[in-house]
Design a protein around this ligand. Structure first.
Ligand SMILES: [Zn+2]
Length: 74
């Protein structure tokens, strides 16, 4: 798949990424999310099915598989 970023000539390939979302004001990290990642600019595109799956996961999962350290940049 061609990259959707204007003037980028890269191709997107399916990779597993670590996706971060804000859910009810909390930072939630989801590991091993399949996404189209551009090999040139690194643009990440999630398919509608993947987005739906993540929304469902956030609604139904009660305990995270693991907890990760979270640091503030400032
Ligand atoms: Zn690109």
């Amino acid at each position: 798949m061609k990259c959707s970023i204007k003037d980028c000539s890269g191709d997107c390939q399916i990779r597993e990424i670590t996706h971060t979302v804000r859910h009810h004001g909390q930072v939630v990290v989801i590991d091993h999310v399949p996404a189209d990642v551009c090999s040139v600019c690194g643009d990440v595109v999630l398919s509608p099915e993947t987005v739906r799956h993540i929304e469902q996961l956030l609604r139904t999962a009660d305990r995270p598989a693991r907890e990760v350290p979270l640091y503030e940049y400032a």
